[in-house]
Each structure stands twice: as C-alpha cells, then as structure tokens.
Ligand binder design. Structure first.
Ligand code: ZN
Length: 200
C-alpha cells in the first residue's frame, strides 16, 4: 500500500474510535448526572425543610421565653440617646438599677415612660430615646489669651470653655490663625486629639 492510504486508514480508525468513545461516555454519564441532580434537589428540599423546622422551633422558644425572661442582677444597661439636630446616637453603659432586677420586658416597659425598650434579654437591656439639640461630642477650637482653647458646643449652638491647651497661637501659620479666628469645628474625641496633635 502507498503511504497516503495508511494515513487515511489511521485517520478513519481514529474518527470511528472517537465516535464510539463519545457514545460510550454519553451512555455511561447521562443517567449518573440525572441521578445526581435528583439527589441534590432532594437534599436541598430536605435542607430547606430542616431550616424551616429549626426556624419554627426557634420562634417557639423565643415566644415562650420572652414571656418569662427576667432581667438578671448582672445585666448591662445600655442607654442610647438619638440627638435630633446632629443625628448622632450616644451610648452610655451602666449596671442595671436594683429596681429593674427580675422585671420582665412588659414590666420594664410599664415602668419606663420616656425610654423605649429597644433590645431585651436577661443579660442586656437597651433603652433608647430621642433627645433635642446636639450630642456632647461637638467642639470648636478658638484662640484665647494666645493659646488654642477647646469649647464644647451645646444646645442652641452655645459654647462652653472646656479646656485651655498649652499650644501657643503665635507660631501657627497665617491660614491656621484665620481658621482659629472663625472657629475650627470638630466632632468626637478622636478628631479633637488628632487636630490638636497637628498644631503641637
Ligand atoms: Zn452629634
């Protein structure tokens, strides 16, 4: 035989082999993947069922326990004040007052007229209320007697001297002096400290 006939023969054999291969592969594989799909769908269904069951169980527990849950003597009391003007929320942490110990959520709500119960659990009670004006985290820096002074901004934009620093205004740049003249407004202790550090 001639060389090209060998090549054609080999090529034909390879094509047939590939076709048989694909056919066998498909026959073997198709039912398996179907089975797997069926299995996984069943499994997800089971999972969803379990989740639903857990949720209903959890709901039942929380419903039944809410009625009997009482404030523990070691509970933490968190007082949240939402300030109307600046929209900041200030948190205060406190030990639970003695008169609150052993109260249920309903009893606590009855006792509290101006605070709303936001979160209730035996170990943590969060009370929240709206407050007027700005929170106590607003400051303004001004020049006073040649040094930078910190003023606290209160209701109606009133300013109360909080502290006179030892930072002399004398060596500040003209821009900083002008800014101090207008008053540098600051929010929060962190910004206050970092701003003062910049001027030191
Ligand atoms: Zn504020």
């Amino acid at each position: 035989m001639k060389k090209w006939m060998y090549i054609v023969l080999i090529a034909i054999i390879m094509v047939i082999a590939i076709i048989i291969g694909i056919y066998l592969f498909k026959n073997e594989d198709t039912p398996k993947t179907e089975n797997r799909n069926v299995l996984s769908t069943n499994q997800t269904l089971n999972l969803i069922d379990e989740e639903e069951q857990e949720n209903t169980i959890l709901n039942e527990i929380s419903v039944s326990s809410n009625e009997t849950e009482k404030i523990s003597p070691n509970a933490v009391l968190i007082l949240k004040k939402q300030y109307e003007e600046c929209a900041h929320t200030i948190k205060e942490y406190a030990r639970i007052p003695e008169e609150y110990v052993n109260l249920t959520k309903e009893e606590l709500e009855e006792k509290q007229s101006d605070w709303e119960v936001e979160t209730f659990s035996p170990n943590e009670v969060i009370l929240i209320k709206e407050a007027s004006g700005v929170c106590n985290q607003h400051y303004v820096l001004r020049q006073k007697d040649g040094v930078i002074a910190i003023y606290q901004i209160g209701k109606d934009n009133s300013e109360t001297l909080k502290e006179e620093t030892s930072i002399s205004v004398e060596y500040l740049t003209q821009t900083d002096k002008l800014r101090l003249e207008e008053g540098i407004r600051i929010y929060g202790e962190e910004e206050l400290n970092s701003t003062l550090e910049d001027y030191e």
